[in-house]
Design a protein around this ligand. Structure first.
Ligand code: ADP
Ligand code: MG
Length: 623
């Protein structure tokens, strides 16, 4: 860790210490005001209190090549010092430093909440021990361990493929979106995602590092990505700072020759302009509010990957729900196993189950669990998201899942009957002919219905997007109170549906859990993933609900409104204070002291107002 990162790491502590020291020196300065050494104490208070902000101001000036409020404040207090108004200069810097501490506090809170959120949801990998799958935390993996990575899952650690081959999406590492084919012996990297077939990977590098790295990256991104209104304010800051400087210089240098003010009075008022017109409060109006909201959501078990989505949430008109794993628990149970003949069952069921064991789909997991005593046979397969599995055998093409088929009348009748009952069917198809199916029943998430009701109250339209059959989708949509369904959607159909709504001028929030949802999550204005969704959806999503509760969606939308309210209050208040002080100064009513206090207190009030959002205890949020 170099000195700079070390300093940043302990920034809050340093800033608090500086504020306390600055306060102590101000008190001494005040007590010794009749003595000639008093300015020394005020000077110390000034230097210590202003240090952090000065560093910040200089860094920002160099980085952005333009002046900023930090610069204005330092200039104003220096000017106050030069005119012998020591106390005012020191107090100005002191309160400014306090506002810095408060901002830093919001940042630290967010960091803390996000870190603990990620800690309670450790990522896992499937380790192979004596041919048996074992779920372990990634951080517990060791070099030389062998893991199986199924379609949709993230490769947990850098390693080498020792069995199988698959298309792998390495975009999170290389930025290249086209998946690349990797075969046995090829190296693969932690964080890339396996798309279409299971592979065995032997770990070659300690995964601990990459997990920590990932966490830091996520948190940094959440805090640093600027929202639209933040960008607007920072652009405003850049321009406005020059306006203030010009105005102040005008008052100082041009009013005396024009005969409006005496030179000393011009200087005094010029400094006041510098202080009161500075947009400190305005600049502090947005970021702390967004950070507090990020932190609030994290405490509720919701990871928002950037403040940008907080602003977007209140504009959402359509919420598109995936069905399996999102509206339903994604923990289905096998209820029936139907085959054309007993012979077919004995012949095909073992292949079907062996294939499902290598898939990460919720239906596959349920089937593997139900038939766990069935003897395992080796199979080779490809997974097609939204459809299912294709198994290669020497003579036949076998498909498991939702593929087009021909069927006998008797079997088709049963197929339709189970579908109407809302059951999900996994078919086994041999050379294009339906041979049988497994019917599964998935329970609805308890809070799905309430969540949908709350969305409707917010005038948001819920729709369902599912890869499942129309009959099944309808049965479930009816129970949920969803009127619009898009059934039998392949991953690219889900994208088209989202795009259609978008082209009608709607803002779409899509929420899903599977590899088949990932493209739509990326297309939607906001993509939300269930916490126990596949890695690819967790990666792609903008918001992850670690606690898997759908009621989070209406909650977040209300939170977005509440945040916007606070931001509006802040902006209006800070502009009002600036105007009142500036106009009073115009008439010479303000003395520097009150200018300083009025202006700086407004900054602190604005930040404190934002920190109200931190509290996640107060339930009903105002809209
Ligand atoms: P949803 O969009 O509702 O989450 P999916 O697209 O994941 O549903 O699945 C849709 C259908 O595709 C399922 O009903 C199932 O028939 C089939 N399917 C997809 N993947 C698999 C798999 N691994 N095993 C069996 N069936 C699958
Ligand atoms: Mg799903």
């Amino acid at each position: 860790m170099n000195l700079f990162t070390w300093f940043n790491h302990h920034k809050l502590k340093f800033e608090i210490l500086a504020v306390i020291l600055s306060l102590i020196f101000m008190v001494i300065g005040g007590l010794t005001s009749s003595l000639s050494i008093s300015p020394i104490f005020w000077g110390l208070a000034f230097a210590i209190g202003g240090f952090a902000k000065a560093v910040e101001g200089v860094t920002k000036t160099i980085q952005e090549k333009s002046l900023n409020v930090e610069f204005l404040m330092i200039a104003a207090s220096l000017a106050a010092f030069l005119t012998g108004e020591y106390a005012e200069g020191a107090v100005l810097i002191f309160i400014f430093a306090v506002s810095g501490v408060l901002e830093e506090f919001a940042t630290a809170q967010t960091e803390k909440a996000l870190t603990s959120l990620l800690k309670i949801a450790p990522k896992t990998a499937i380790k192979i021990v004596n041919d048996v799958e074992q779920t372990v935390e990634i951080s517990k993996l060791l070099v030389r361990d062998v893991v199986v990575v199924k379609p949709g899952q993230q490769i947990p650690a850098d390693g080498v493929i020792i069995k199988g081959g698959a298309a792998i999406d390495q975009s999170s590492i290389t930025g290249e979106f086209n998946p690349s084919e990797k075969l046995m012996g090829d190296q693969v990297f932690a964080g890339s995602i396996v798309i279409n077939a299971p592979i065995l990977v032997q770990v070659t590098k300690d995964p601990q590092q990459s997990v920590v790295q990932k966490m830091i990256q996520l948190i940094k991104r959440a805090q640093e990505e600027k929202t639209r209104s933040e960008k607007r304010v920072s652009l405003f800051e850049k321009i406005y700072v020059y306006v203030v400087i010009t105005l102040s210089l005008f008052v100082i240098f041009l009013t005396p020759p024009l005969g409006w003010l005496t030179e000393s009075e011009a200087f005094r008022r010029g400094v006041i302009v510098l202080v009161v017109a500075s947009p400190c409060a305005l600049v502090a109006s947005i970021t702390p509010a967004l950070l507090s909201t990020l932190s609030h959501a994290a405490k509720k078990g919701i990871l928002i990957k950037s403040g940008r989505y907080i602003e977007l949430l209140r504009h959402i008109n359509v919420v598109a729900f995936d069905k399996t794993g999102t509206l339903t628990t994604g923990k289905p149970k096998v209820v029936e196993c139907v085959f054309e003949t007993k012979v077919d069952e004995l012949r095909l069921l073992p292949t079907m189950v062996a294939a499902e064991k290598l898939s990460n789909h919720p239906l596959a997991k349920a089937i593997s669990l139900h038939f766990k005593d069935l003897k395992n046979i080796p199979v080779e397969l490809k997974e097609i998201p939204g459809r299912g599995l294709e198994v290669k055998t020497k003579t036949d093409a076998i498909q498991v899942g939702n593929f087009p088929f021909k069927a006998t009348a008797a079997l088709e009748e049963k197929f339709i009957k189970y579908g109407r009952e809302g059951k999900t069917l996994v078919n086994i198809i041999e050379n294009g002919v339906l041979k049988g199916f497994i019917a599964l029943e998935d329970s609805l998430r308890e809070d799905s219905k309430v969540a949908i009701e709350q969305l409707k109250q917010l005038s948001i339209r819920p729709v369902m997007l599912t890869g499942d059959k129309k009959e099944t989708a309808l049965a479930i949509a009816q129970k949920m109170g969803i009127q619009t369904i898009h059934a039998e959607s392949l991953p690219e159909t889900k994208v088209t549906v989202v795009q259609t709504y978008t082209s009608q001028g709607k803002k779409v929030l899509m929420i899903g859990d599977g590899i088949n949802d990932a493209p739509a999550l990326a297309t939607a204005s906001i993509g939300v993933s269930m916490g126990d969704g596949t890695d690819v959806s967790l990666e792609t999503a903008d918001i992850v609900m670690m606690n898997n509760q759908l009621q989070n969606i209406p909650y977040l939308i209300k939170l977005s409104y509440a945040t916007q309210n606070i931001i509006t209050q802040n902006v209006v208040f800070s502009i009002a204070v600036i105007l009142v002080l500036l106009i009073s100064n115009l008439f010479g009513i303000v003395v520097l002291r009150y200018g300083v206090i009025g202006h700086e207190l407004s900054t602190i009030l604005v930040i404190l107002n934002s920190l109200r959002l931190l509290s996640s205890k107060k339930k009903p949020l105002r809209i």
